[in-house]
Design a protein around this ligand. Structure first.
Ligand SMILES: NC(=O)c1ccc[n+]([C@@H]2O[C@H](COP(=O)([O-])OP(=O)(O)OC[C@H]3O[C@@H](n4cnc5c(N)ncnc54)[C@H](O)[C@@H]3O)[C@@H](O)[C@H]2O)c1
Length: 260
């Protein structure tokens, strides 16, 4: 299947680690030009060097996405360099454990803005280009938006809001042929996940207990599997899919508990 992504310019936030890295790599394999935006300077540089050594085109911006000016600069400098923006993958986020009991109004507001603000900022600044390109947006949310987790109010609120914005933007952008969809991962081993699982007293036992409850093959979803779904949604092959929430999780959220 030809995804028709050759030379398409795609901004991927958090695009040098975990799920974002897998999306960047797959876009590069498909001949697209991934533009990474992440604070993770070292990983940005390492990944860029690797892609360049394979003659794959890519670029990276290093900075803090909760800064709206940084987001504006990502868009203006991407346009200056490549002349177009075809798609946006809003992916960067952090399950920061700001809960009802251990948080406070200031830490809650901070967590929501850090996890949610840049999804809006980048879509806002990239909009004129996305209109020109009849582009596409994928918002990476989380199963936490549907199931809750406990102890993470800010993150849960931001992840649920991303689903709301997916429907809202899909509606607002219908006249421009811009498609907007969301992906909800559940259990994917990434640097973020590893640091979360290590907050438990017995991380390997906790992990084994989670994995045993994943209906399909009792294993975690891979970053590559999240990337496949994301890149398909970005592509012209998904030309009549908009406003959708895709839960990519081996049946973890929706299948009958009795199956595991
Ligand atoms: N890993 C999972 O199991 C899982 C499950 C559900 C949802 N998700 C979502 O998937 C997305 C990616 O998660 P991951 O597990 O790949 O994480 P990760 O930490 O491995 O990668 C995210 C990258 O984004 C960067 N980043 C995060 N916030 C940033 C900010 N405000 N400014 C600049 N850079 C920032 C981080 O430094 C990191 O390099 C997140 O939105 C997360 O909520 C992940």
């Amino acid at each position: 299947m030809d995804l028709h992504l050759k030379d398409k310019v795609v901004i991927v936030t958090g695009g040098s680690s975990g799920i974002g890295e897998a999306i960047t790599r797959l876009l590069a394999v498909e001949g697209a030009i991934p533009v990474i935006a992440s604070r993770n300077t070292d990983r940005n540089e390492t990944l860029l060097a690797e892609l360049k050594s394979k003659n794959q085109n890519a670029f990276a911006f290093a900075g803090e996405l909760s800064d709206a000016f940084f987001c504006e600069r990502i868009v203006s400098e991407t346009l200056a360099r490549f002349g177009r923006i075809d798609a946006l993958v809003n992916n960067a986020g952090r399950n920061d454990g700001v809960g009802l009991a251990n948080g406070n109004p200031a830490s809650f507001a901070q967590s929501v803005i850090e996890n949610l603000g840049h999804y809006y900022y980048l879509a806002h600044f990239a909009l004129p280009s996305l209109k020109e390109a009849k582009g596409s947006i994928v918002n990476i949310s989380s199963k936490v938006a549907m199931t809750g987790q406990g102890g993470t109010s800010g993150y849960a609120a931001a992840k649920a809001a991303q689903l709301g914005l997916t429907r809202e933007w899909a509606a607002e952008l219908l006249p421009f042929g811009i498609r907007v969809n969301a992906i909800l991962p559940a259990e994917v081993m990434t640097p973020l996940y590893e640091s979360w699982i290590n907050t438990f007293e017995k991380p390997s036992e906790k992990l084994a207990s989670i994995v045993s409850k994943i209906p399909l093959e009792q294993r975690m979803t891979t970053s590559a599997e999240i990337a496949s779904a994301t890149v398909f949604l970005l592509s012209a092959q998904a030309s009549h899919i908009t406003g959708q929430w895709w839960v990519i999780d081996g049946g973890y959220v929706h299948l009958d508990r009795a199956l595991t």
